[in-house]
Design a protein around this ligand. Structure first.
Ligand SMILES: [Zn+2]
Length: 69
């Protein structure tokens, strides 16, 4: 099958696949899109993207503002 993010052919039996994406990286790219950071995959600097992906986990620690009032 073909990855929705990077358009690469991959096997759904590939242990590195994160269906429907070819890899966890592409899955994270899709997640980032849903988080509202829209950009063209073709123009993404992969190293920068990995830095951004590494920051996703820490965002879970944000205080919930609706509970501070
Ligand atoms: Zn991919």
């Amino acid at each position: 099958m073909r990855c929705l993010i990077c358009d690469k052919e991959f096997s759904k039996n590939d242990p590195d696949a994160a269906l429907p994406f070819c890899s966890p990286r592409c899955k994270m790219i899709d997640l980032k899109r849903w988080l509202g950071e829209e950009y063209s995959v073709e123009s993404v600097n992969v190293d920068k993207l990995e830095e951004q992906i590494a920051g996703v986990d820490s965002e879970d620690d944000e205080p919930r503002q609706d509970l501070t009032t």
